[in-house]
Design a protein. Structure first.
Length: 348
């Protein structure tokens, strides 16, 4: 079993937006006084197409960032250059925490991230995943594996970036049964709806989201409700004991929403929002993603552009809301840091 107290040695799987921002924060941690006790090093780093690095004494993160910036990949001149794919790294390197930051593949039902997580947990190594696939397609299996191997399996970044959604439920809401979760959890669709309220077309809204790097080149996962489905399934599986898959969600695409429908709703005192929900029905949990007319004085109506919101309805605590305004990639990277502190404090 790996250590769960600092110092912790990390294996990065993925070095895209999140991995690079996390590396930047770690490389510049002296600029963040409250990170003084964050005693971690990165001993392995794998990517899809940019090569891999490994060094048990700690990779030079500034050099790694510079090489990707200047050459688009790690260079063989780097003393830490390694011939290593992600699964082999997970199976063979000596690390304490695998940080899963590869892209989610719905077509591949969360793979290969699930394989990476399984390889680490079987060796008693902790896993922090930013990739939602392991929660949406294999949460029960991986949690059991983590328990059997006395390892942590953490995932704060997967929903609402670094906001402490899971930590709040885990630490501050103990003893409550969550009856319902709903929220606005997809930035691209909310951004496009807000753009249409300002008089833009659907296509202009999508282009704006792409220009601001909120939406991917192929935004269909967001606009067709897949991303929101994956997130509500992650919340339901972790916090409501559900065993849902994204395909089980009653999902509505937003492609049929027109600017005239948006402005007509606004004239009547409503904003249209893509609301995802999970609720108990007898012994099961059901989930949906729906275009919903929200009254202007409802907290969900205050969520603009890239913001998000989640509401828990509980038996003891009533309704609790958490909202996030204008998240950045730093917010996302912080979610991993929060999980590292959770490992260090033993709350996993
Ligand atoms: N961006 C956000 O704000 C945000 C928020 C919450 C959660 N997330 C989740 O965090 C994860 C990372 O997001 P991102 O924005 O950093 O994605 P990204 O920019 O697309 O980067 C993904 C990285 O994973 C690498 N990769 C692909 N397949 C791999 C494999 N088999 N093994 C190892 N690495 C592999 C890619 O390699 P190449 O560099 O060679 O392409 C790239 O370095 C995603 O699952 C995303 O859904 C992101």
């Amino acid at each position: 079993m790996a250590r769960s107290r600092f110092p912790l040695r990390l294996l990065f799987v993925g070095f895209g937006n999140v991995g690079r921002e996390l590396a930047r924060i770690l490389a510049e941690r002296n600029a963040y006084p409250a990170l003084a006790d964050l005693d971690v090093s990165v001993v392995g780093l794998t990517t899809g197409s940019r090569g891999a690095l490994a060094n048990g004494a700690g990779i030079d993160l500034r050099r790694a960032l510079r090489e990707v910036e200047e050459h688009g990949r790690f260079t063989p001149q780097n003393p830490d250059y390694a011939s290593l794919d992600s699964l082999k790294a997970a199976e063979t390197l000596d690390y304490d925490v695998l940080v899963e930051m590869s892209p989610l593949s719905i077509a591949n039902r969360g793979e290969p991230a699930i394989l990476h997580a399984r390889a680490a947990l079987e060796r008693g190594r902790h896993v922090i995943t930013c990739n939602k696939g392991p929660l949406a397609y294999a949460f029960r299996r991986l949690r059991k594996l983590a328990q059997e191997n006395n390892a942590g399996f953490l995932h704060e970044t997967t929903v609402m970036d670094g906001s402490p959604v899971f930590d709040m439920a885990r630490s501050c809401m103990r003893g409550n049964t969550i009856l319902k979760i709903d929220g606005i959890l997809n930035s691209t669709s909310n951004y496009v709806l807000c753009a249409m309220e300002r008089g833009q077309t659907f296509e202009q809204g999508v282009r704006g989201a792409q220009e601001e790097q909120i939406a991917e080149a192929d935004p269909s996962n967001d606009l067709d409700g897949w991303d929101a489905s994956v997130k509500i399934v992650a919340l339901a599986n972790v916090l409501m004991g559900a065993d849902l898959r994204p395909e089980d969600v009653d999902r509505e695409s937003m492609s049929a929403i027109t600017p005239s429908r948006v402005s007509e709703a606004k004239k009547r005192g409503f904003r249209i929002k893509m609301v995802c929900s999970a609720w108990r029905e007898g012994d099961t949990v059901k989930a949906s993603v729906r275009a919903t007319e929200v009254p202007l004085d409802h907290p969900f109506a205050l969520v603009d552009a890239t913001g998000s919101i989640v509401r828990f309805e509980t038996d003891l605590l009533g309704k609790i809301l958490m909202t996030e305004e204008n998240p950045t990639i730093t917010t996302t990277a912080y979610g991993v840091i929060a999980d590292l502190y959770a490992l260090d404090s033993g709350s996993r």
